[in-house]
Design a protein around this ligand. Sequence first.
Ligand SMILES: [Zn+2]
Length: 395
Amino acid sequence: MSELELIQADILYTGMGLPIRNGAVVIGGQTIAAAGKLDALSAQYPQAEPRHTVNVIAPLPVNAHAHLDMSDYAFQALPYFQWIPEVVIAGRLSRGLAGAKKGLAQVRASGAAALGDIVWPGTPEVMDWLLSEADMGGVAYWEVLDPNPTTAEQTFAQVVQDVARFRKLERPGGMRLGLSPHATHTVSSRLHRLLADFARRENLPLQIHVAEHPSELELFASGTGPLAESFARMVQFSSPGLTLPEVLGRPPTPGLTPVSYLAELGVLDARPTLIHMVNVTDEDIRTVAQAGANVVTCPRSNANLQCGTFRWADFVAAGVDVALGTDSVASGETLNIFDEIAAARRIHTDLDPRLIVRAAVKGGHRIMNQYGLRSKAPFLRRGEAWDERFVWPSV
Ligand SMILES: [Zn+2]
């Protein structure tokens, strides 16, 4: 019998139940002999040689939300409503395949098990490459942007065509195709409905940016504020004269929130994955829990764009599955999911860190698993193969 080794961990997550504190893994050769409480394993395996104590032992985490095609952008912290025009739109010529390849190399080097990536429609070659060649599992979401209701049918018809073409490129074990209606207010209500119905019929996973900055709440409640103003300026280029009530298919109203608006449209019935969700009401959290939608939080991006702090404990208490994503390098700084986990611990100091570990693994895989994707974390238990990468970098 090969020699046994015991590794202690402040937090051990076997992939089942909740992570435990003061855990340990006993390994013999490259196989796990046992995983559990340190006390119990020390007593059970007195011959096992104790190795160093580590911070976390867990399956590899998932980066559930990124924008690889923005990896040639420079990082810039600005308020969200200013960051969109001054960074994202101003730098759009640097988007593309070169950045996406660089970004994927960074995601792979960081050790993420799978990736949820948004692909900008200006660079369809990125989607072709992700689906047909990229060496990574997960979902590549084709982004849709069109606030003008008069072109909703035309845009939708193009999406249907794009999806039919992209679907032919999917490979077993490779990335799967999804859709991303960009945000609550950058897609018209009519197009939101068409896309949600289509995604449901076609089993397409969805990601939508929702309730990112406080100014988004103001936009829905009164149609005023800095986001309403910057959005009005942006739409004048593509659709002169287009008003917010036309985009939303209704007037902004006190009490209307980005989440209640999506619920009203029936979009939540497609069980989309909701990105950010920083500026939400108690009622919004209940609505999302009832709809069975997942949520992804990007703590560094939210801090850098002055969005506020995600109400993590409240979502968990309501039974919502939370996952973690880096967002793009332009707001999240790096595509390393372990940097995001470390930031989550720094930002959410009152949160039990075991919830962060579980979110990064299980929350991420749940999203990648939607609609029959076979993305699954290995369980750390007797008889399973040991991988040194289960010892996480200190976070
Ligand atoms: Zn994003």
